[in-house]
Design a protein around this ligand. Structure first.
Ligand SMILES: [Zn+2]
Length: 122
């Protein structure tokens, strides 16, 4: 099930990724809650995860898409990134991603907001 406010698509670099929202206890193996397919430009996620788990899984799968889009690695390969590479990726990719997907950012932040005390909840 698609969570309320969740995106149907996001722009990751030059690619438009489509989300496929799953229901119930759908997961991929143990402790895996999503997949990112570089060929079909599809991200599968379980829409019934607890909010913080969903926020983490969303960012995990979009990071896979971002690493592919920016040429850091492709499917099945282990990238060898230095800590500085990780910092450069995060400082370049995430601002670009959120700038290109502001509605996804609002939704993602809402997953992390505390219901009654967080003044930054969108
Ligand atoms: Zn992964």
């Amino acid at each position: 099930m698609k969570p309320e406010g969740a995106p149907d698509t996001v722009r990751v670099g030059l690619f438009d990724y489509q989300f496929v929202w799953h229901e119930g206890t759908w997961s991929v193996g143990n402790q895996s809650y999503g997949t990112c397919d570089f060929t079909t430009l599809t991200i599968d996620l379980n829409g019934n995860l607890p909010r913080q788990r969903l926020a983490s899984s969303f960012q995990h799968e979009v990071t896979h898409a971002g690493l592919d889009a920016l040429g850091y690695c492709s499917s099945g390969e282990k990238a060898e990134l230095s800590p500085e590479d990780v910092c450069i990726f995060n400082s370049k990719f995430w601002p670009m991603f959120w700038r290109n997907n502001p509605e996804a950012l609002k939704w993602w932040l809402s997953l992390l907001a505390k219901e009654d005390v967080d003044a930054h909840k969108p």
